[in-house]
Design a protein around this ligand. Structure first.
Ligand SMILES: NC(=O)c1ccc[n+]([C@@H]2O[C@H](COP(=O)([O-])OP(=O)(O)OC[C@H]3O[C@@H](n4cnc5c(N)ncnc54)[C@H](OP(=O)(O)O)[C@@H]3O)[C@@H](O)[C@H]2O)c1
Length: 286
């Protein structure tokens, strides 16, 4: 990666996203930290600037749970930059209680899938104009227990924390496959990954800090964020994957995901459903 490259990392203030942004900033690339909290983003920005000595890192506000925020971020980015080499859809949440986003969608699906779907769609013309360029989505091995039920997209009938999380991570892989199909031949590639079990702030309530003691204890046996970021960084930089698209990676190698993640009919239906969702002011399913 060179000073010519512009990279966006969502959720860049914490865990795997921060480690990814840090490593890419150290290459001299221009890195945009897309964070929902300006205060947490500013702390990460200062840390990365002082550790790398780079002057090419910027903070921009992005709340993936809100279509309006995603659109506003994309407008702002497009007005400031005429190039995008790499979009890293990294941010994610896991939530104990079922919540709805401001647009009316189940929150884990809204943040982990729909927000990134809309962000990618809004930035796709610039990615195409900047080709060769890459879209990288941080999924999870949890996708294996995920299911997409088009009759219950808001999980009204049955909500479990891990069921909802796993569905959103399955959606990341289906999205990647359909994006790869749609961008074939354009010079834009789309790949996704499982980062491993990583000690981060995943599952920690940002207001009450509930869950932080468990995560601190688990961190002792889990990989560091720097280790967890390795596959994202590899997919962003490695010349040998410059033309690879539609794949799921684990430990920097392509890996066959669960069979539900290979269902290309489901991937197309999910793409169409997601387009209707982000384009409609009033959601068609609650
Ligand atoms: N840790 C693991 O073992 C593991 C395993 C498999 C996959 N993953 C995936 O790795 C990715 C990174 O997670 P992590 O483990 O590094 O967790 P993390 O430390 O909790 O980081 C998550 C990031 O996402 C951001 N985020 C959450 N909601 C957002 C929203 N509405 N809009 C914008 N940003 C939002 C968070 O911002 P705030 O700080 O403001 O909340 C934070 O920067 C996630 O996609 C996760 O699903 C992690």
């Amino acid at each position: 990666m060179t000073s010519h490259d512009v990279v966006i990392v969502t959720g860049a203030n914490s865990g795997i996203g921060k480690a990814t942004a840090h490593a890419l900033a150290a290459t001299g690339a221009r890195v945009v930290l897309a964070c929902r909290s300006i205060a947490r983003g500013q702390a990460a920005l200062e840390e990365i600037l002082s550790a790398t000595g780079s002057e090419r890192v910027e903070l921009m506000q992005l709340d993936l749970s809100s279509f309006a925020s995603v659109r506003s971020f994309a407008r702002d980015f497009l007005s400031r930059y005429d190039r995008l080499s790499c979009l890293i859809n990294n941010a994610g949440v896991i939530l104990r209680e079922r919540q709805l986003s401001e647009d009316g969608y189940e929150m884990q699906f809204a943040v982990n899938h729909l927000g990134h779907f809309l962000l990618t769609r809004e930035l796709l013309p610039l990615l195409e104009a900047s080709a060769p360029s890459r879209v990288i989505s941080v999924s999870s091995g949890a996708h294996k227990i995920g299911r997409v039920d088009f009759d219950d997209m808001n999980l009204e009938r049955r909500y479990t924390i891990f069921g909802a999380y796993a569905r959103s991570k399955l959606a990341n892989i289906l999205f990647t496959r359909e994006l790869a199909r749609r961008t074939a031949g354009s010079g834009v590639t789309a790949n996704c990954l499982h980062p491993g079990g990583v000690g981060t702030n995943m599952g920690v309530d940002r207001d009450t800090q509930a869950g932080s003691r468990i995560m601190r204890a688990l961190s002792l046996v889990m990989a560091t964020p720097e280790k967890g970021a390795e596959t994202s960084i590899y997919l962003a930089r490695a010349p040998e994957v410059a033309t690879v698209s539609g794949e799921y990676f684990v430990k920097k190698r392509p890996r066959k995901p669960a069979s539900r993640a290979l269902d290309d009919t489901c991937a197309r239906l999910l793409w169409d459903w997601s387009e209707r969702a982000v384009d409609s002011a009033v959601p068609d399913a609650h």
